[in-house]
Design a protein around this ligand. Sequence first.
Ligand SMILES: N[C@@H](CC(=O)c1ccccc1NC=O)C(=O)O
Ligand SMILES: [Zn+2]
Ligand SMILES: [Zn+2]
Length: 207
Amino acid sequence: MNKWMDISQKLVNDMVVWPGDTPFSYKVSWSMEESGSVNVGEIKMSAHTGTHIDAPYHFDNEGKRVIDLDINLYIGQAKVIHLPVKNSIGVQDLQAYDLSGVKRLLIYTGAWTNRTVFPETIPHIEEGVGAYLAKQGVQLIGLDLPSVDPVDSKELAAHHELTSHGLHILEGLVLDHIDTGDYELAALPLALAEADGSPVRAVLRKI
Ligand SMILES: N[C@@H](CC(=O)c1ccccc1NC=O)C(=O)O
Ligand SMILES: [Zn+2]
Ligand SMILES: [Zn+2]
C-alpha cells in the first residue's frame, strides 16, 4: 500500500497570508501552570490561510457556506498534471491531457516557489476553463497558488466561472514533490457552519 503524502502548507506563526489579511497565530492561551492540568491553545487565522478551500460565499453573498459543500468532492481519485512557467492556464493547455473521467484535477505550476513572500504575480485560470473542465466531468480544481485569479483581481472572474460550472476550488497546495499521475486525494474542510472558506490538511496517495 502506498503511503499518504502531505501536500499542505505548514501553519506557523507569521507565515505568509494574503496581503492585509489576518496573520496566522497559535498560542497557548491557558497553560499547564495556569490550568493545573493542560495546555489549551488558541488559533487565530483567516479562512484563506495556507492550503484551503473556498466556499462560494467568499465571492457571492448568496453563495454556499463551507458546511453546505459536498464532502464527497474532497475525498477520492484525483489527477495531478504539471503546467510550469505559464502566465495563465487556458483550455489549450488542458487539451494536452486526457481528462475523461477525472473528477478532481490538481495543477502544479511551480510559480510560487518562495513561500516566505506573497507572490507579486501568479498564473491565473483563463475564461472558458470552467466550462471546458465541467464538460470533462471535473468537479474539483486544485492549484499550488494562493488564488485562481490574478492577485490584483477584484472581479474574481475565474472564481465565479469555475463555481458557476460546479467546480470546487482548492488553493495553496504544495505539489513540488509530486509527479504527474493518478492519486487518491483527501482534503476535507472543517465543519464550519458559516464560513467562506476553510483550511484543509491535503494529502495524496499514489494509486
Ligand atoms: N481570493 C483569494 C483570497 C482573497 O482574495 C483575499 C483574501 C484575504 C483578504 C483579501 C482578499 N482579497 C481582496 O481583494 C482566495 O480565494 O484565497
Ligand atoms: Zn481562498
Ligand atoms: Zn480563491
